[in-house]
Design a protein around this ligand. Structure first.
Ligand code: GLA
Length: 385
């Protein structure tokens, strides 16, 4: 994988790269739409990644970009100019945010290769940003703490790509650890890792094949609705800053005074925070079945309260429930299409894949792909560069 990025660089730019980095994709295990509400998330990084190979360039030569998925070499003299190639906005966005922040960055050439399915809910875009940021730090000789680097990459996505994501994806790619789940508190941005309770379990990510064109605006709508719910609670309780400060008791006490949709969004986020905390308790006791039940409950809340599921995702979760050896399943990431996650016994892999593919086709007429992932280490430089 790394050699592909390196070879692509050499072939495209005629010299060997000076830096090579790797940034993995992530799976949101539990804690849906909680990151931008200063809540809790349990995530992990997976053994699918973006590799970036890069070198410094001169002002005359300018910027150069190539990817194995978009093999045309794009040369950009002026990084402020928008390119036809949309993927370039990610690395250029990272460069621009670094430059604005006073980091000594200059023109560079970049070749990327990866195996994270694009648009599959596994955060290929965050991995592209993070792998670029790591290379730029290495090439131009500066260091950035991982949490700050995650924020820089998020800003690149918010301001240059125009996707209003939270911090979860970049944070997970940078800070996750092998065979451990990452528990993040998005208020303090503190985190700790929790060992997987068994070594015979794996994560399956199943693609619904649905990409709603409205997913991005629906995501932004939800962000607004969550902010509106927080504003309401802040108006009745000065201790409330965000939905993180709201409890289920408060929701019940105020249910008649809130718009039905606002109430449901708040219920989801507050419930997700509770589910993450109790899920961790179960994991630490090795209680996988109980943990799995929480995943199903999370999906139900997405379906009924946050309304970010769709028939296809519900169907996938419904099929997963019928497969022996599956502990739990839910939609993962933004929703409105995208992918589901399941936690299952490694021994059930084949049965799971066969059943999901056949039953999903029967129910929806659609094909699906299941990606089994093991929990891999977070992002970093690849040393043999
Ligand atoms: C997307 C965003 C994340 C997070 C999830 C929902 O993946 O990029 O920041 O908000 O949706 O939990």
């Amino acid at each position: 994988m790394v050699s592909h990025a390196r070879d692509l660089f050499t072939k495209s730019f005629g010299s060997d790269p000076q830096s090579v980095s790797r940034a993995p994709g992530r799976v949101e295990v539990l804690g849906n739409h909680t990151d931008y509400n200063e809540g809790y998330v349990l995530s992990c990084s997976i053994d699918r990644a973006v590799f970036a190979a890069a070198s410094r360039s001169s002002d005359e030569d300018g910027f150069g970009f190539v990817s194995s998925q978009f093999p045309e070499v794009v040369r950009v003299g002026d990084p402020a100019r928008k390119s036809e190639q949309k993927w370039i906005a990610y690395p250029l966005g990272v460069y621009a945010v670094l430059k604005q922040g006073g980091y000594p960055v200059g023109p560079f050439r970049l070749a990327v290769h990866g195996d994270i399915p694009i648009g599959g809910g596994l955060s290929s875009s965050a991995a592209l940003e993070v792998s670029t940021a790591l290379c730029l730090g290495d090439l131009f000789g500066f260091e950035i703490e991982p949490v700050d680097m995650a924020k820089i990459c998020q800003r690149a996505e918010n301001e240059f790509v125009g996707a209003n994501c939270g911090l979860l994806d970049q944070f997970s790619s940078l800070l996750a650890e092998k065979n451990r789940l990452l528990f993040i508190d998005f208020r303090s941005l503190s985190y700790r890792t929790i060992p997987l309770p068994a070594d015979n379990i794996c994560v399956a990510v199943t693609m619904s094949g649905v990409t709603h064109t409205l997913a991005e605006s629906a995501y932004n709508d939800r962000r607004r609705e969550c902010a509106a719910a927080a504003d309401y609670f802040a108006s009745v309780n000065p201790n409330v800053k965000t939905l993180r400060d709201v409890t289920m008791d408060m929701i019940v006490a105020h249910q008649d005074r809130l718009e039905p949709d606002t109430l449901k969004r708040a219920r989801h986020v507050v419930g997700e925070n509770e589910r993450v905390l109790s899920g961790i308790g179960h994991l630490e006791q090795g209680a996988l079945r109980e943990f799995g039940r929480i995943l199903y409950r999370s999906h139900e809340s997405s379906r009924l309260n946050f309304e970010n599921s769709c028939d296809e995702l519900d169907t996938l979760v419904g099929i997963a429930r019928t497969v022996e050896g599956v502990y739990g399943s839910r939609l993962t990431g933004g929703g409105f299409g995208g992918a589901t996650l399941a936690i299952l016994d490694i021994a059930a892999k084949e049965r799971f894949e066969k059943t999901i593919i056949a039953e999903y086709k029967k129910a929806t007429g659609r094909d699906t792909v299941v990606h089994f992932a093991s929990v891999a280490e977070g992002a970093g430089m690849v040393n043999e560069a």
